[in-house]
Design a protein around this ligand. Structure first.
Ligand code: A2P
Length: 274
């Protein structure tokens, strides 16, 4: 049995707090990566239509033989599909690619305001319908700022998946999400490997006899983030899951909190033009 804690979302759906991310993993390579992740015990997989690897993820799920109700599968609606009819076609395509009859979590990938204006509000209405129909158990958003959360109507998103890692830890926005009952989910949780080079992380890892990646993943878990580290390297996939036999002290958490530079690595939702 998995020892991964779950977080109960605002719609009572339970999500495993540690999952496996597959951004920038090709559709062939993703089969072995997800296969390895499922073998070592991950049950939560995070993909997106835009990653173009949903069918590989689906193949790995099928080949694993793991029961559907033991898995937690997230995918995301791409920016060009925010209009209601496009959103429906998109979720149906994602389900077909994944070989599933329902998702566990469906996210609006970006608000994409620069390119598509306020169409993300129509997308949010569509997602609420998909949840009512049972096409997905839970619905949320990604890369939404406070203004985008303000603009959407009706049910509150269960999660907001945003860039978060020690050098961009978003403490103030995490507090905003907490006030709204939205759970923060971290993309690029290792800072796309860049934050692994921090001497502060290195010292804590040395003190604990853990790897730098394990320390960062543990920090995410202890500050309440859902975390989905990506790796295509079997040993790292296993190592990143082996984070439940130690704890960071408050002092160690604060040292990592102090690494925040306010600088993103990825795109800024306020200026992204895709
Ligand atoms: P790789 O996939 O080649 O194993 P993020 O999740 O923040 O986007 O970070 C992903 C990056 O971090 C990838 O380059 C991945 O490399 C690397 N990575 C993932 N886990 C580890 C680890 N345990 N040790 C070192 N690098 C890692």
């Amino acid at each position: 049995m998995s020892n991964v804690p779950t977080i109960t979302l605002n719609d009572q759906v339970a999500i495993p707090q540690l999952g496996f991310g597959v951004w920038q993993v090709g559709n062939d390579e993703v089969v072995s990566a997800v296969g390895k992740a499922l073998e070592v015990g991950y049950r939560h997989i995070d993909t997106a239509a835009a990653y173009q690897n949903e069918s590989g993820v689906g193949r790995a799920i099928k080949e694993s033989g793991i029961a559907r109700d033991e898995l937690f599968i997230t995918t995301k609606l791409w920016n060009s599909d925010h209009a209601a009819a496009d959103a429906r076609r998109a979720i149906e395509q994602s389900l077909e690619n994944l070989g599933l009859d329902h998702l566990d979590l469906y996210l609006i990938h970006w608000p994409a305001v620069q390119k598509y204006g306020n169409l993300y509000i129509e997308a949010w209405d569509a997602l609420q319908g998909f949840k009512e129909e049972g096409l997905t158990r839970s619905i949320g958003v990604s890369n939404f700022s406070a203004e985008h959360l303000e603009a959407i109507n009706g049910a509150v998103p269960s999660v907001d998946q945003i860039e978060m890692h020690p050098t961009f830890s978003q403490a103030a926005f995490r507090a905003t999400l907490a006030e709204r009952g939205i759970v923060p989910e971290a993309w690029s949780p290792l800072g796309q490997a860049k934050d692994l080079n921090s001497p502060v992380i290195g010292q804590i890892a040395q003190d604990l006899g853990k790897s730098n990646a394990q320390v960062i993943i543990r920090w995410h878990l202890q500050i309440g983030n859902i975390v989905i580290p990506k790796s295509v390297t079997p040993e790292r996939i296993a190592q990143n899951f082996d984070v439940f036999d130690f704890e960071l002290s408050d002092e160690q958490l604060n040292l990592i909190n102090s690494l925040d530079s306010g600088n993103r690595i990825g795109a800024d939702p306020a200026t992204a033009t895709f």
